[in-house]
Design a protein around this ligand. Structure first.
Ligand SMILES: O=P(O)(O)OC[C@H]1O[C@H](O[C@H]2O[C@H](CO)[C@@H](O)[C@H](O)[C@H]2O)[C@H](O)[C@@H](O)[C@@H]1O
Length: 368
């Protein structure tokens, strides 16, 4: 697989980490290993409205301490860009909680027009891919941009860019395209599709009676939402989900932000998707490529890990609370993501003439 190929390409340049974050960071907040097993897994959980006022102060202090290890990507912007000068930045973005705010209804997690315009700007200057847990169709519907690449189902459904390779006859052929030269999907979990559809149907049926429970079909994975479920029903919901999964040993359960996610047991995650994009874009095996990944959830950690393993790039976590993460930098919330993306596009625009823009960001990508 691609990630295995890339393992050879380790740390030639040194990870672009802030000075204080050169070592593996120890978690500061043990009590809130938030998205782990059973935990209801959400940032909002930390702030208990019934807590006495002093706990707000201490949570601010803890956040500040955490920020020392994971400095703001906005505050560090100039330094980050200085290190990126002359290198190729490739931008990877998560969707929920990164480009759109977390809301109760998953179908209403719309991205603002400002955010769409910012991502569009970024896509004009850098190869840009959105890697989401949603189905690829759903995330495309939300984002509505044609100058970025997409991966859905936590990276298990990739709309890959065409990749020219030299064949034995010495000629170049495009892989990842059909006969007409259109992009095709890379779907490493395809064989699990019939089973995941059965699981979705069973989950819908079995959870129907739990008020607030919501099952979402993400094509190669299924989300069981409990954001609107009463706390006393959490256990019942979890047991129902686990009971169904007992009949499907090829699937596993993981926890995200007030969501349980059912996924096939394959060695493929958002980190592999990141590497796949780099490879198909012809941007692997080169020391002047800096992947940047911005994400807020547990599955984004897989992509952060890959950037760490590669040894160069910018893993940026979106979090309003201190949390254990492989990211080097942080942004507080999607509104900071917006400011950061606008700044990034502005920085590139001002540092390039229009001619060199089309050289760096190949025109065929821009017209996708
Ligand atoms: O990888 P992502 O793009 O971040 O997708 C992860 C999950 O995001 C969505 O759920 C989350 O956002 C919802 C809308 O704000 C929120 O209601 C829910 O509690 C969050 O977990 C999406 O609905 C899931 O299917 C994705 O797996």
């Amino acid at each position: 697989m691609f990630s295995k190929i890339w393992m050879k390409f380790n740390g030639q340049m040194g990870l672009q980490t802030p000075p204080c974050n050169k070592h593996k960071v120890q978690p500061i907040l043990k009590a809130n290993n938030d998205t782990d097993e059973k935990d209801i897994g959400d940032q909002e959980q930390l702030v208990n409205p019934r807590s006495p006022p002093h706990s707000k102060i201490s949570s601010d202090e803890t956040y500040e301490a955490w920020m020392v290890e994971h400095p703001s990507a906005l505050g560090s912007f100039d330094g980050m860009m200085k290190a990126a000068k002359g290198k190729k930045l490739v931008i990877f973005l998560d969707y929920d909680g990164t480009l759109s705010p977390i809301v109760n209804d998953p179908d209403s997690a719309f991205m603002s027009d400002e955010m769409r315009a910012a991502v569009h700007e970024v896509g004009k200057y850098f190869p840009t891919a959105i890697i989401s847990g949603r189905s690829i169709d759903k995330v495309k519907k939300f984002v509505q941009l044609s100058n970025v690449y997409y991966a859905g189902s936590h990276g298990m459904d990739i709309m890959a860019p065409p990749r020219p390779v030299k064949a034995n006859d010495g000629k170049h052929h495009n892989v990842n395209t059909d006969k007409k030269g259109n992009e095709v999907l890379f779907q490493p979990a395809k064989k699990f599709l019939p089973a995941i559809q059965k699981i979705f149907t069973e989950l819908e049926k079995e959870t129907r009676k739990i008020p607030g429970a919501r099952v979402e079909d993400n094509k190669f994975c299924v989300s069981v939402h409990f954001r609107q479920v009463e706390e006393q029903d959490f256990k019942i919901l979890e047991e129902k989900v686990k009971l169904i999964l007992e009949n499907y040993p090829e699937f596993r359960l993981s926890w995200g932000r007030k969501v349980m996610e059912v996924k096939p047991v394959i060695e493929w995650d958002k980190g592999d998707a990141l590497e796949y994009f780099l490879e198909t874009l012809g941007l692997n095996n080169t020391s002047d490529v800096l992947p940047m990944y911005i994400g807020d959830d547990k599955t984004d950690e897989d992509a952060f890990k890959v950037i760490r393993r590669i040894g160069q790039g910018y893993p940026i976590v979106v979090s309003s609370i201190p949390k254990e993460t492989e990211a080097s930098y942080s942004l507080h919330d999607p509104s900071e993501v917006l400011t950061f993306l606008l700044r990034l596009a502005r920085w590139r625009k001002s540092s390039l003439s229009s001619r060199s823009v089309s050289q760096i960001w190949h025109t065929d990508h821009a017209t996708l």
